[in-house]
Design a protein around this ligand. Sequence first.
Ligand SMILES: Cc1cc2nc3c(=O)[nH]c(=O)nc-3n(C[C@H](O)[C@H](O)[C@H](O)COP(=O)(O)OP(=O)(O)OC[C@H]3O[C@@H](n4cnc5c(N)ncnc54)[C@H](O)[C@@H]3O)c2cc1C
Length: 188
Amino acid sequence: MYDVAIIGAGPAGASAAIFTAKAGKRTVMFDSQQSVTRRAWIQNHYGIDDIKGPDMVDRGKQQAARLGAEVVEARVNDIQRSADGFTLLTDGGSYQARAVIFATGLWADLAEHIGLRTKPATEPRIKTVIDVDANGKTNIDGIWAAGTVAGVSVHTIVTAGDGARVAINLLSEMNGTRYVDHDVMPKE
Ligand SMILES: Cc1cc2nc3c(=O)[nH]c(=O)nc-3n(C[C@H](O)[C@H](O)[C@H](O)COP(=O)(O)OP(=O)(O)OC[C@H]3O[C@@H](n4cnc5c(N)ncnc54)[C@H](O)[C@@H]3O)c2cc1C
């Protein structure tokens, strides 16, 4: 049983996995390798002069894995409620998790398939997004959403930031106290 299953390993998903894995939560992250970020050449991401999209996506997955997340290159095809959470049915078998974060980018098909409330998007070139509350919660308790599929501006600094924000809200709910992840510079 995983504490958190994340669907999508683009900036939003991998950023969420970095936080949940670093917080000591058993984290599994699935990806079907269709990130549109792979087509980007990013020169407007704070703190990074410029980076090619494929490098950003690969680096994000590696960082999440280094912090303890399990990265599974598989498509999630269905999600069913189970006694203590959810069963995720993927191309690579089924997995159990207590909570789920959708970070599926342009794709809202799985969300609609399992009954998540969606709505027309307002960002350019985006069709449908998942209807979330201010914390990133959907209409199904235990399922959250972040990034492009949650309706935020389609820029890596924003989608990565939203993935982190929603992960922190989920961690705070799981831990019953507001979560903070600060590392301090070692004394010289
Ligand atoms: C041509 C182009 C240029 C761009 N240039 C810039 C730029 O210069 N600066 C900038 O800030 N942003 C730019 N962007 C936007 C940015 O790259 C991303 O769109 C944004 O960050 C999206 O992040 P995301 O994590 O929400 O989605 P994505 O990065 O698209 O990740 C979603 C992931 O979910 C996976 N997925 C979906 N459904 C499933 C499923 N059922 N099971 C498993 N996995 C699933 C997909 O395979 C994908 O890997 C550009 C985008 C494009 C297309």
